[in-house]
Design a protein around this ligand. Structure first.
Ligand code: DAH
Length: 352
C-alpha cells in the first residue's frame, strides 16, 4: 500500500514536471496564468495535494521524495514569477504602443450635470426682473476708497459703520466695500442723469452668526431723473415683490434711517411661509407672528449724495434700494442658516 502510494506520487510528480512549464507558457494573460498557478500551487492545487499525501510514503523514502516535491515547488514558483513578469511587460508595452487614449471623447458614464448655486440663481432672477423694468447693470469694485463707501454717501466720519472693527481694511488704507451702495457714487460721478442701474455683488463685514456672514451678496438698484417721487419707488417695489414672491405679495414701507436717503424706509413683504389660501397670513415663527418679513432698505437719494457726486439736487431726484441676496434666498427657499450657502455641501446644493 505504501509502496503504491510512493509509486503514485512519483508518477504524478513526473507528470507535473512535464506539464507545468508549457501550461504557464501558454497562459496568454495574467488572469489565466494565475488560474494555472492556483491549480498547481494553490490550497487545492495538484502539488499541494501531493504534499498532503506525503504522510503515506514509508519513512525511508519520504525524505528523498519530499525533497523532490519541494524542488518542484520552488521551480514552479520561479517559473510562475518569470512568466508573470513577461506577461505584465507585454501588457504594458501594448498599452504604451497602442492607439493613444483620446481625452476628447465624450464620457460614457451618465454623470449628473452641476447646476447654478442658489445665490447665483436668485441673483439672476432679480437681475432679470430689474432689466425688464429698464435698469442697466453696473459691475462693482470690491476694494473701495473710504470716501466712496462712506463719506460721499453721507456717513459722518464718526459713524459706527466706519469703525475699524466693522470693516476689513487693506494696509494701503482702502477697504472691502461694506455694501453695494458704493456703486451709486461711482455711477453718478462718471455719468450724467437720467440713469437707472442695478449693481449686484459681494460685500464684506466683520460679522458671523446664523444670519450674518463676513462675505455676502447684495444688489443695489437706483434711478435718477427729474421729478422722481416715492410713488415711483413704491411701484417698482410692488412689481419686484410680485414677480419674485408671487403676484399680489403685499409690500409695506416702514420709516427708517440710512445716511444716504431721505426719507428712508425698510421694506417688508407679506410672510411667504404662513400665507393662507385666502391671501391672509396666519403668523409664524419666521415672521415673529407679525405676518411681515423685512427684505430690503430704500429711500429717496439724499441731496447731499447728489452734491458729493457733482449732480444738481435742485434739478435731479432719485430713489435707491439695497437688498441682501442670501436673505432673499433664505426666504424664498426656507433656508435656516446663512452658512449653508457657503459650505458647498453637495447634499444641500443638490436641493436647488
Ligand atoms: N446699503 C444698505 C446696507 O447695506 C442697504 C440700503 C439701504 C441700500 C437703503 C439703499 C438704501 O440703496 O436706499 O444695509
Amino acid at each position: 500500500m505504501s509502496d503504491d502510494a510512493q509509486q503514485q506520487i512519483e508518477t504524478k510528480l513526473a507528470g507535473l514536471r512535464e506539464t507545468f512549464l508549457p501550461r504557464f507558457a501558454s497562459a496568454e494573460n495574467e488572469i489565466v496564468l494565475r488560474e494555472e498557478n492556483a491549480k498547481l500551487l494553490g490550497k487545492k492545487g495538484e502539488l499541494t495535494a501531493i504534499l498532503r499525501d506525503m504522510g503515506k510514503v514509508p519513512g525511508p523514502a519520504r525524505k528523498a521524495i519530499g525533497e523532490r516535491v519541494n524542488n518542484l515547488k520552488v521551480e514552479a514558483e520561479a517559473a510562475f514569477e518569470l512568466r508573470l513578469k513577461t506577461i505584465q511587460k507585454e501588457a504594458r508595452d501594448a498599452d504604451l504602443n497602442g492607439v493613444p487614449f483620446d481625452l476628447t471623447l465624450p464620457g460614457r458614464m451618465p454623470f449628473g450635470k452641476g447646476h447654478k448655486h442658489p445665490i447665483n440663481q436668485i441673483r439672476e432672477e432679480v437681475v432679470a426682473i430689474f432689466r425688464s423694468l429698464g435698469f442697466g447693470v453696473h459691475e462693482g469694485r470690491e476694494i473701495e476708497l473710504e470716501e466712496n463707501n462712506f463719506a460721499r454717501l453721507g456717513f459722518p466720519p464718526d459713524h459706527p459703520a466706519t469703525d475699524m472693527q466693522d470693516s476689513f481694511w487693506t494696509t494701503s488704507g482702502h477697504l472691502l466695500r461694506t455694501h453695494t451702495s458704493n456703486i451709486q457714487v461711482r455711477a453718478m460721478m462718471s455719468q450724467k442723469p437720467p440713469m437707472a442701474f442695478i449693481a449686484p455683488g459681494a460685500v464684506y463685514r466683520r460679522d458671523d452668526d446664523a444670519t450674518h456672514s463676513p462675505m455676502f451678496h447684495q444688489l443695489e438698484a437706483f434711478l435718477v431723473d427729474e421729478n422722481v417721487s416715492m410713488a415711483h419707488l413704491r411701484g417698482i417695489l410692488s412689481e419686484f415683490a410680485g414677480r419674485l414672491f408671487g403676484a399680489g405679495t403685499p409690500v409695506r414701507l416702514r420709516p427708517s434711517y440710512f445716511p444716504f436717503v431721505e426719507p428712508g424706509a425698510e421694506v417688508d413683504i407679506g410672510c411667504t411661509f404662513c400665507k393662507k389660501s385666502d391671501g391672509t397670513r396666519a403668523g409664524c415663527s419666521l415672521c415673529k407672528h407679525t405676518g411681515w418679513i423685512e427684505v430690503l432698505g430704500c429711500g429717496m437719494i439724499h441731496p447731499v449724495v447728489f452734491e458729493q457726486c457733482g449732480i444738481d439736487p435742485e434739478q435731479w431726484t432719485g430713489f435707491a434700494l439695497g437688498m441682501g441676496l442670501e436673505r432673499l434666498a433664505m426666504l424664498r427657499y426656507g433656508v435656516p442658516h446663512m452658512r449653508l450657502f457657503f459650505e458647498n455641501d453637495p447634499r444641500f446644493l443638490a436641493q436647488f
